[in-house]
Write a new protein. Structure first.
Length: 345
């Protein structure tokens, strides 16, 4: 297994944040530029108020980036509008030892990009974790997260999220919080449970891509693993999206429910609607259990108006379909409520 190529060579330059007049200086403080040789984390640390923007210029930034809760309403965007041009990448895994020797990172701690800030916007970037199982056969904790998100109103537009196991962790700031996250025109790829967590997370016009795996068992992985709180009526929603695969036909499941040991009352919720499901997903039995104590049939799983070879209904009891009336409760607007990032110009 070879590490994927993430980016062509970037351009050189230095940070520019100064102005010649008080007005320009004020604008400069609101916008920070990061160029090759600079640190994205240093720019995050320099944010001194809400509503700031960090512009990441073409290049590969090999670092861990953490956006704390007090960096509210932050925008982090690529300079060119092409997410291939600016890449933030690192290679920690769950089982990777911390530099200080205090133990391993754990799943959430393995993330290349972490945000707890409310009102976060990320656009036109690639966030990746390029840790590979084949390079570390001694490590059993193989979860390696590209992005770990908490905090309400996190919006991702035209972002590539790349890893293998547990690519995107859509979490909440507390067990009783219903934090909302919105992903539009994003590309998300991985193999095992690569979109997972308890957030209210809407994926609109997104592309989910399952990776080829050199293993001799099936299923080779699952796309979704929701862990929605029982009190939350809204979990993960994928609408007008597509699911393709680099693996052979039927090698992947669409989802399995995750009931964490720290939240055994979870009632995972997933709806996939108006989407194209490719042949990489097993059409006969698209769902499976993570643990038999929590069978998928008892969870809030549903589909509506999907198409493609992976959406064929050959065994109806294995493909829970929503009625038109039920589907009306599973829309972007219903999930996100008074927050409407999809209406931004």
């Amino acid at each position: 297994m070879r590490r994927r190529t993430l980016l062509a060579a970037g351009i050189a330059g230095g940070p520019t944040v100064a102005g010649t007049t008080p007005v320009l200086a004020a604008r400069a403080r609101r916008m920070l530029h990061v160029r090759p040789g600079d640190s994205v984390q240093a720019a995050v640390d320099a944010v001194d108020g809400p509503g700031r923007t960090i512009v990441v210029h073409p290049g590969t930034y090999r670092e861990v980036v953490k956006v704390p809760q007090d960096k509210a309403e932050l925008t982090l965007r690529g300079a060119t509008g092409n997410p291939w041009d600016a890449v933030i990448v690192y290679d920690n895994a769950n089982g990777t030892q911390k530099p200080d020797g205090s133990g391993t990172h754990g799943t959430a701690g393995s993330a290349t990009f972490t945000s707890a800030a409310p009102g976060l916007t990320v656009r036109d970037l690639t966030l990746a974790n390029d840790w590979l199982r084949a390079d570390h056969p001694d490590i059993t904790g193989t979860q390696a997260v590209a992005a770990y998100l908490t905090g309400d109103r996190s919006s991702f537009e035209n972002v590539r999220l790349l890893a293998h196991q547990d690519t995107l962790f859509v979490d909440t700031s507390a067990l009783d919080a219903f934090d909302r996250q919105y992903f539009h025109r994003c590309h998300i790829e991985g193999d095992v449970d690569f979109v997972f967590g308890r957030a209210t997370a809407v994926f609109e016009d997104c592309h989910f891509r399952t990776l080829r795996r050199d293993v001799d068992f099936v299923p080779k992985g699952m796309v979704f693993a929701p862990s929605t709180a029982r009190a939350n009526p809204h979990g993960i929603l994928a609408v007008r999206s597509r699911i393709t695969s680099g693996a052979e036909d039927g090698a992947y499941k669409l989802a399995r429910p995750w009931v964490p040991s720290y939240e055994t009352t979870a009632w995972p919720s997933l709806v996939v609607r108006d989407s194209w499901i490719g042949p990489g997903i097993d059409p006969i039995a698209p769902y499976t259990n993570m643990r038999d104590a929590y069978p998928w049939q008892t969870m809030r799983f549903g589909e509506y108006a999907n198409s493609g070879p992976g959406a064929v209904i050959s065994v109806p009891e294995n493909r829970p379909q929503l009625t038109s009336a039920e589907a009306g409760a599973h829309t972007t607007r219903a999930y996100l409520g008074d927050w409407r990032p999809y209406e931004r110009p």
